[in-house]
Unconditional design. Sequence first.
Length: 346
Amino acid sequence: MSENTRKKLRKSKKRKLRKRAIFILVPAVIAFIGLSYAAYLYVKADTVLSDSYQDDGREKSDLREEKVDPSKDNVSILIAGVDASDVRNNEDHSRTDTLMLATLNKEEKSVKMLSIPRDSYVYIPEVGYETKINHAHAYGGIDATVKTVENLMDIPVDYYVKLNFEAFIDVVNAVNGITVDVPYELYEQNSNDVKGAVHLMPGEQDLNGEEALALARTRKYDNDIERGKRQQKIIKSVIKKAISIDSILKYDNIIEAVGKNMATNMKFDDMKSFISYGTGSGSLSFETYTLEGSDYQPDDTYYWKLDDIALNETKEMFKHHLEIDSTTTASDTGETTTTSGYQSNS
């Protein structure tokens, strides 16, 4: 074999070794970066979200015999969006602008979400009489709101998440906006209470945080029921965008946006338990509902009078989803329970 041939063989071997090294090193580097980013996000989430935890003084709901473990039990979460902001400076007496009750079934990997209209005429245990459900937070904070919802729905509220305007705006902006079908042209105030600052035309389009908030809040053009349906669709759009591949590198901003504007009685370990709903085999089932009723104005104040016939069906549906004993009710405490019907938006 000639010297030139031997040199060519050596060069060919070196090229093959370099290719093999690249094939091995590149995935290894990508895996290392991915693990490092995951570790960073974990530490970030632990720090930021743990700061959002507040001890509500209760180990469990009064409607539970034992404390729930979200890693194995079906649980409920109350999502409360309050109309508090730095501009309004009203944290101590803010009302709930959005109330949604979600039940999660571990085995079925399903979520049922009920939108509760803010003008619903219900009994508020904190004050002992009936008025708008969104007043409960102004009377006694999130604790009064939780007790009011438990009394209304006769199911335990295991966890709550309270968010303000800034959280909604920051989260939507963190995922670079969401795609939503705007049902009509609208003019709405922004988060700084500037009237007509947000102008949207009808049709499917990408919305930033301020625009999405305006669409979620407005009720000038329809009613509270349609408003609740819009809010549910917007939440679905945010979740869909947040779990997409395009948003992986934005999780840092999402965590920061949620953490600094959220208060919850969930510890970080509790939050981690919900990861299983979006992982593993099978897809997550998501159904939305709203409470039906009619306009009610006994004096100068407008209310949404809940239907008196079908709330028992709604209660039983949510109790069945939680797999709890239907004989355990808030009315056992001697408090008045207002009933209503439901309408599926799925």
